[in-house]
Design a protein around this ligand. Structure first.
Ligand code: ARG
Length: 472
């Protein structure tokens, strides 16, 4: 830590303002303080900062650099500060720049001399990397729980409406029949990969940089492994320069959060469509929609739209850190302070998005009548008709053409595809058999879709059971 103002009488150091006294003849300009402070947001690291400092002090105790009394004073002082911060009784000072100096300075103000020993063999460079990794780890764990809650809401809805059939879309054109169950479970799969990605990222996050010092470790050797173990890290970093310079774990986390945003955004768009008068497949609850200040009839899917919009902000956070880091020479540069706001914002955004979306999905109703009307479109079974011809020995490309011709007749004459007569089918091709109309049964269509991943009732039921068990 920087040299702080020596309180005149006392033999210990504390400050109410950063004063780089030894080397400098002027105090830092107010505008520079304002420009450079990070405590207005990095105060959120306080719990991790205190945990890190406590572990660091314990290592100093073990190394014989602190007496038991000094260690106790530090550890208890930090716990009291922690309690005060939690109770809202701590006044943060922008003049002390960041969370680290605020807490250290206050500790020294409270306990005197031992506080001034805390920063031995440590720099804010390894301290901030430690705090941020601990923060990331805790937030990843919380996000993993929220992902599960979201998956639970989707699985519950999928099971409630497992066999409600709807058109599936490609290019937003009706393609083939699927079910609400199958459609919603698609998102459960996506969120599961999101969770796996975060869990994997956590392994790279959970490495202790403490002991890397400002750049090249310290001439005073503290037990890095012991500190790491106390903080729940899996290992210690192997290169002091790498440990304080890189922010790859932050970018990786931000990417994983962006992808969660992408998946929620696509779900949002589906629900915007489904809840419209044009589709009518679902009704969102009054509690999760909003009205219009002008049009009395409106019920708007704002939660979905906000989720869609916020995905852009998640990508922005990722890009802003990547750009901030890419041109920096090793090792620490103050640019790296710009990593925190995007990181905090992405976790906070994703956390709220998962919570509100889980609630909205849980409260959503599906309208089986509207679904049934839409899925009764016989054109959804045109592919099944081609498969029917294939079963009768017609090569698929030929079958595709023969069904295309039938569709053209249907569209041209205004006759639904399933209402073309046997003669009309036979006229297109003698390959069409007496049983051609049986193809237009949705029961048949779903019963045939038994291959893994396809939406037969049995497959969907099996997958719902799998998720219920996994998320229990
Ligand atoms: N607030 C700083 C950050 O977030 C802490 C590290 C400051 N280190 C330094 N050498 N100025 O990056």
């Amino acid at each position: 830590m920087a040299a702080l103002r020596l309180a005149h009488e006392e033999k210990w150091w504390y400050a109410d303002r950063v004063m780089w006294t030894g080397r400098f003849s002027q105090p830092t300009a107010d505008l520079v303080l304002e420009y450079g402070e990070s405590v207005s947001y990095d105060w959120k690291l306080y719990e991790h900062d205190i945990a890190g400092s406590t572990a660091h002090a314990r290592a100093q105790l073990k190394a014989g650099m602190l007496t038991q009394e000094e260690f106790d004073a530090i550890a208890n002082g930090l716990q009291e500060i922690l309690a005060d911060i939690k109770a809202g009784n701590f006044s943060w000072s922008m003049k002390l720049e960041d969370v680290h100096m605020n807490i250290e300075s206050e500790l020294t103000r409270r306990i005197g001399a031992p506080g001034a020993k805390l920063h031995t063999a440590r720099s804010r460079n390894d301290q901030v990397a430690t705090d941020t990794r601990l923060y990331c780890r805790a937030q990843i764990d919380a996000t993993l729980e929220l992902l599960k809650d979201m998956q639970r809401a989707l699985v519950q809805k999928a099971s409630q409406y497992a066999e409600v059939r709807i058109p599936g879309y490609t290019h937003l054109q009706r393609a083939q029949p699927v079910t609400i169950g199958h459609h919603l479970l698609a998102y459960v799969e996506m969120l599961d990969r999101d969770a796996a990605r975060l869990a994997d990222c956590r392994r790279r996050v959970n490495v202790s940089p403490l002991g890397s010092g400002a750049i090249a470790g310290s001439t005073i050797n503290l037990d890095r492994a012991g500190i790491a173990a106390e903080l729940g890290f899996d290992s210690v970093s192997e290169n002091s320069m790498d440990a304080i310079a890189d922010r790859d774990y932050i970018m990786e986390t931000l990417f994983d959060l962006s992808l969660i945003g992408t998946h929620l955004s696509r779900l949002s768009e589906d629900l915007v469509l489904w809840s419209s008068a044009e589709f009518g497949y679902c009704t969102l609850s009054d509690a999760h929609t909003t009205g219009s200040s002008l049009m009395p009839q409106k019920k708007n899917p704002d939660v979905c739209e906000l989720t869609r919009g916020k995905s852009g902000r998640l990508y922005g956070n990722l890009v802003s850190v990547m750009v901030a880091v890419k041109g920096l020479p090793l090792t620490y540069n103050r640019d790296l302070q710009e990593d925190k706001e995007p990181l905090f914002d992405s976790f906070e955004t994703v956390s709220l998005a998962l919570r509100v979306n889980a609630e909205m999905v849980a409260a959503m109703r599906i309208n089986p009548d509207r679904c049934a009307a839409a899925v009764s479109d016989p054109l959804l079974l045109a592919t099944d008709l081609a498969d029917y011809l294939v079963r009768r020995g017609v090569p698929f490309r030929k079958a595709h053409e023969l069904v295309g011709k039938a569709v053209a007749v249907s569209v041209g004459t205004g006759t639904p595809l399933n209402k073309l007569s046997l003669d009309e089918f036979k006229e297109i091709s003698p390959e069409y058999g007496e049983d051609v109309h049986e193809v237009f049964s949705l029961d048949r269509a779903f019963a045939l879709r038994t291959n893994p991943g396809a939406p037969s009732a049995a497959n969907t039921a099996r997958r719902i059971a799998y998720w219920q068990n996994k998320l229990a």
